[in-house]
Design a protein around this ligand. Structure first.
Ligand code: OGA
Ligand code: NI
Length: 365
């Protein structure tokens, strides 16, 4: 889909964070300095919560005996309901492929700015190189450079935004995306089974699923206490698969019981989270959990993120299975394409985007 420039928006000058970092400014430009209430607490040690973050062994689901499958389905269901986030090990995505996608992503970000700017994101759109979700001159900026691509279906692609350098970029993205798509389909099958639905329940609803990819590069920051790597948000997808590059410091934090909990990278594992679509379909039984990224004083950090969502043509709303007298319907029905458009044309602000679909209850004092 060709990006549609939104000519009316004025985003002002957006500093490229890597270039900014190179100049080693003594003070952080105001546009990156967060209001007091938004500044991060930089807990990077393994907290109690953190060590509890569920780990799902995918091979037990795909190859286990009956008992292992049942136990892991239960663990998966608990992880989705209580955390909305988990790490998956033995996920069957080739480890060499994880390594190659990391390498080409890093190599891309290390290219000279002029080369990357050939793929510049048009303000108001979300594909290409730059900062997505910026819509006004006074909006605070994230300490991050992004590169994003629509992958599936084919009409999502803007071929002119697929980099010619580094070499094998496109091929690697293709193979990686195919493998991650397989993982998403399988996880959705198991999530469905864990909810006592048919294994293909989600797939049937989704139609030709939409897949997009974003590489986030977070340069070090002399004052990580003042900035955010990525603003708090929930994902507008059904499922998100996040790969934290080898050697990356802790950076991702999730909001659990009103506290920001860091996600400690497990080597070769993938972080999975529930997005807004699954929250709506399950009528809030599984929630899309708010998360953000913080910057690091010494180390840079790279994450490679895949968003998997239903076809834009699909109408979504809570499934009948999750509505009864104790669980009144919490979300209206809407077209997923419209939701996506709403998501990408608003700044990231916690779970506010989902207000689009929430049925406002009366008597909320
Ligand atoms: C995202 C996201 C977190 C990270 O891209 O949606 O939440 O750690 N990224 O990069
Ligand atoms: Ni996210």
């Amino acid at each position: 889909m060709a990006p549609v420039p939104i000519s009316l928006i004025n985003v002002g000058h957006i500093d490229d964070v890597q270039e900014l970092r190179k100049t080693k400014p003594k003070t952080i430009p105001q546009r990156f300095v967060r209001h007091m209430t938004e500044r991060p607490t930089l807990v990077t040690s393994v907290s109690q919560h953190n060590s509890d973050m569920p780990v799902i062994d995918f091979s037990k689901l795909s190859k286990g005996n009956k008992e292992e499958v049942l136990t892991e389905l239960f663990n998966l269901a608990t992880a989705c309901e209580e955390w909305g986030f988990f790490q998956v090990i033995n996920h069957e995505v080739d480890l060499n492929l994880l390594e190659s996608i990391e390498k080409i992503s890093k190599d891309f970000f290390m290219l000279p700015l002029e080369e990357k700017q050939k793929y510049q994101m048009v303000p108001g759109t979300v594909q290409g190189y730059g900062q997505a979700f910026v819509f006004s001159e006074d909006q605070k900026l994230d300490w991050c450079n992004m590169f994003a691509l629509g992958i599936e279906p084919n009409y999502m692609r803007s071929p002119n935004l697929w980099p010619k350098r580094p070499e094998k970029f496109s091929e690697t993205v293709e193979v990686y995306s195919r493998e991650v798509r397989k993982l998403c389909k399988n996880l959705l099958k198991y999530i469905g089974l864990g909810l006592e639905l048919e294994g293909d329940a989600f797939e049937k609803i989704f139609g030709g699923a939409v897949q997009a990819m974003r590489m986030n590069y977070y340069p070090p920051c002399s004052r990580p206490d003042l900035v955010l790597g990525l603003s708090p948000h929930s994902d507008g997808s059904a499922l998100t698969v996040l790969q934290q590059a080898k050697g990356s410091p802790v950076g991702l934090q999730i909001l659990k019981d009103s506290k920001w909990v860091p996600v400690q990278p497990i080597p070769n594992a993938l972080v999975i989270n529930i997005g807004d679509t699954i929250e709506v379909l399950t009528n809030g039984k599984y929630k899309s959990v708010e998360h953000r990224a913080v910057a690091n004083k010494e180390k840079d950090r790279l994450s490679i993120v895949t968003f998997y969502a239903p076809s834009y043509e699909v109408e979504l709303g809570p499934m009948q299975e999750f509505i009864d007298e104790n669980h009144p319907c919490k979300y209206r029905r809407y077209n997923h394409g419209e939701y996506s458009k709403h998501y990408v044309t608003n700044k990231l602000q916690g779970k506010k985007t989902l207000d689009f679909a929430r049925i406002q209850t009366k008597n909320t004092k």
